[in-house]
Design a binder for this molecule. Structure first.
Ligand SMILES: [Zn+2]
Ligand SMILES: [Zn+2]
Length: 233
């Protein structure tokens, strides 16, 4: 069993808990430590560690508190450098393409396409479960066999983003950045059609924009294409 808890998922903050047996692993820490503590069903001291995909605040806000509380945090050298914590003894460097272990979790970081310093996504395996985590990336070019859980960004719907830019609600510069650095529904659909979804049990959709997305439309579209249990984080 792999249980996923979302503490929050948007540009205001991202943080998820993975639990399997007695093990629990934090994915991102983009809220204040107070908010994370309040949202977690386990004690912070019982975490096996925390994985951080990149340095943006909405993924890393509580990093210093976690390090201070003796939680081992895992990130690329680029992320650690950008966060200014490269020398901390609880900060561990990970390398895209190199498999590593955190307790009994097996983790493969892979590069994502985002405006950050060495950002990564993760393939996380424990027992019979295999999770692909992908957010803050323009597109996804990894295919992994035997995925049981997919946690993937669905930031915007292109026609809504275009509408909001035309009406002046979204500045053109923001639109251009979103297109370059985040994954929208069309890109996600293409990905889902390309991969073998047979083994997937659960799909979590992450980092939806308040303005440029539509929960119901996204949920129905992804459910329709995959026939899977789909959850909006
Ligand atoms: Zn983000
Ligand atoms: Zn980001």
């Amino acid at each position: 069993m792999l249980e996923i808890t979302s503490i929050g998922s948007s540009s205001r903050g991202n943080c998820y808990l993975l639990q399997s047996g007695d093990s629990s692993l934090l994915l991102e820490c983009g809220f204040s430590i107070k908010e994370i503590r309040a949202g977690l069903p386990v004690r912070i001291s019982s975490l096996d560690g925390c994985l951080i995909s990149h340095e943006h605040k909405d993924h890393s806000k509580a990093i210093r508190d976690l390090l201070r509380m003796a939680v081992d945090c895992y990130m690329t050298e680029g992320t650690a450098g950008a966060l200014g914590i490269a020398d901390h003894h609880r900060g561990h460097t990970i390398v895209a393409g190199k498999v590593m272990k955190v307790s009994d979790w097996t983790i493969l970081p892979y590069p994502t396409i985002h405006d950050a310093s060495e950002p990564v996504g993760f393939v996380i395996q424990k027992g019979k479960n295999k999770l692909l985590y992908a957010t803050d990336t323009r597109y996804l070019n990894v295919t992994v066999a035997g995925i049981t859980h997919l946690m993937v960004e669905c930031n915007y719907i292109l026609d809504l983003l275009k509408e909001n830019t035309a009406s002046g609600l979204v500045p053109r510069s923001v639109k251009n950045r979103v297109l370059r650095t985040h994954m929208g529904l069309d890109t996600l659909i293409k990905y889902l059609r390309k991969i073998n979804t047979k083994t997937i049990k659960q799909i979590w959709l992450l980092h939806l924009s308040d303005l440029n997305s539509d929960e119901e439309r996204i949920l129905k579209t992804v459910q329709g294409i995959t026939g899977k249990e789909v959850i909006i984080a």
